[in-house]
Design a protein around this ligand. Structure first.
Ligand code: FES
Ligand code: FES
Length: 159
């Protein structure tokens, strides 16, 4: 076991785990952050996505000892009780069906928009196309991202 210190959603935590323990397990089991989901456990679906130092990262295949930089989970998006515009757009567009993949959709979208606040339609599709949804909410995900862009920048997404 190793003592590993992580900064998550602005707070510092020290956990006692095997260095190879997936970050997802630490977040869910040790820090009680249940936003990231266990889907495939193989890095293929995106349900477990968190943002590490600005990059959407699949926490199910990320050894905790390898984490460099601050971790943001879904719980870290709302500020002072106010939902992030992306979360609000998700509600306004009624995106989720079963909801299982939606952590990954939102966190992947957040990392993309932090990097590129005015994406084109094609750039949104390209950034989101490896985050899987078995309920096929892809069109609503796309609509919610466009709505969030409009809210945050005042600009429409172009094709
Ligand atoms: S649970 Fe991590 S990518 Fe599927
Ligand atoms: S909403 Fe059900 S898997 Fe995406």
């Amino acid at each position: 076991m190793s003592r590993i210190t992580l900064k998550v959603n602005g707070a510092t935590h020290t956990v006692d785990v095997e260095p190879s323990t997936p970050l997802l397990y630490v977040l869910r089991n040790d820090l009680s952050l249940q936003g990231p989901r266990f889907g495939c456990g193989l890095g293929q679906c995106g349900a477990c996505a968190v943002i590490i130092a600005g990059v959407a990262t699949r926490s199910c295949i990320t050894p905790t000892s390898s984490v460099k930089g601050e971790v943001t989970t879904l719980e870290g998006l709302a500020q002072h009780g106010t939902l992030h515009p992306i979360q609000q757009a998700w509600i306004d567009e009624q995106v989720p069906q079963c909801g299982f993949c939606q952590n990954g959709q939102i966190m992947t979208a957040k990392a993309m928009l932090d990097r590129n606040p005015n994406p084109t339609d094609a750039q949104i599709r390209e950034s989101m196309n490896r985050t899987l949804c078995r309920c096929m909410t892809y069109y609503r995900v796309q609509a919610a991202i466009k709505r969030a862009v409009k809210t945050m920048t005042g600009k429409e997404v172009v094709a």
